[in-house]
Write a protein that binds this ligand. Sequence first.
Ligand code: GTP
Ligand code: MG
Length: 286
Amino acid sequence: MKTGFIAVAGRPNVGKSTLVNALCGGKVAIVSDKPQTTRRRVHGIATTDDYQLVLADLPGFQRPRDPLTEHMQRTVDSAFDDVDGVLLVLSARERIGAGDRFVARRVFELGAPVVIALNKVDRLKPGHIATQMATASRLGDFHALHPVSAKTGDGVGELREELAGLLHEGPLYFPEEQRTDLSLEVQISELIREKALAVTRDEVPHAISVEVESIDDKVVAANVLVETESQKQILVGRSGSMIKQIGTHARPEIEQLLGRHVFLELRVKVRPRWRRDEAMLERLGL
Ligand SMILES: Nc1nc2c(ncn2[C@@H]2O[C@H](COP(=O)(O)OP(=O)(O)OP(=O)(O)O)[C@@H](O)[C@H]2O)c(=O)[nH]1
Ligand SMILES: [Mg+2]
């Protein structure tokens, strides 16, 4: 059996989490069209008869602005110790520029093999893809470069085999059927946060955090935390319509995770400046 860890690096929003989900063949990490969706390291595990590939999905590289983003960047930095390779993800839909070069410099200096995934090639013209591949190839001395679409699955199988080729003989790190290392509580809070991100915009998504209070036989209770009263009003919505919508979207996925029907009890609470509150960050596991 070949096993090992691959860290997934890249700018925010390039599709790292979508790609990790595609590589694992199931949802392990939440996704949104807002940058800085991923706040903690998530291990996505793909096990076959021949190998166990453990992908560390990470927050995007960023300049820290507050204790939360500081913690996130620290999570990124510490994830590069002891990996068998790095998957550097780029977005083919955007200009490959200074931000990508900054991430590239950091990952190429590790000395581990770097596989570049040029993501989001769906609906791009072949000529455009070729140009982006040429630019990507100048980022550093890469092991392999794969154009992929995490969304359609194009090229994902080949990329998975490429990454499996970087693994070494060794014991399984996780039971065969396990797909993520997140606790049930965290998986549920992430699912709720994903639905809350989908219906909010501007500064609001960044101010949202979710804390699961209890998981009973019939009821899952969770608090959606925001920083201000006006953010709370947005999340609650007109006579509770917004929070209801978040619950309606989250509940089926939570039920699938738990394998039973539950009532989802969501409360919106104001926690002023929780992103700057070390005790609160620790409580949220961030
Ligand atoms: N068209 C297209 N969109 C994609 C693809 N992969 C991801 N996306 C979209 O890109 C956005 C960001 O995806 P994420 O997977 O959350 O990106 P990320 O790099 O994990 O972002 P952070 O966690 O914020 O750093 C979402 O709207 C995805 O649906 C792709 O292959 N094609
Ligand atoms: Mg992500």
